[in-house]
Ligand binder design. Sequence first.
Ligand code: MN
Length: 185
Amino acid sequence: MSLIHYHRKRNFKKSNEPIGKIHYKTTHLYIIQKHAASHLHYDFRIELNGVLKSWAIPKGPCLDPTVKRLAIHVEDHPIEYGAFEGTIPKGQYGGGAVLLWDKGEWHSKDENPQIAYHKGHLHFELKAKKLKGLWDLVRIHSEEKNDTWLLIKNKDRYARALETYDILEAKPKSVISGKLIHEII
Ligand code: MN
């Protein structure tokens, strides 16, 4: 793991995003940030081997097991990023508002999450403020510039049909500030 790509893409004199470092103590951190960059998306991040493995989900997570949400694997982020909420200046990488949409723990259901990650199929439980229960994250393309996965809710007591409940609309606020995305400055 490495934060080289994360550091290269950013100018920390211009952006308040954390520089961060690699950590060696696991806290099972899971977060999602709602990010109003040039295209609104949700950044799904889980702690693995001292960094936050990260996926950009254009349509956000969905509690409906019949709905598979595209998740584009992006560069590792530092653990410190899990506490970040604020605005990345215009013109900087990812410029726009970042809202901490969900926060909690992820618990791998794989014998070895590192191997499962490299094989491209993570099975895990989320224990967080908004997302709960069992999920799969499955790789469908693994080319360097097209590292695409799917985030899929499992059928359990936390599953909900999208027709009747969209968690993105029902729970749009930040879990740390209570703000909506347009209130983040
Ligand atoms: Mn993003």
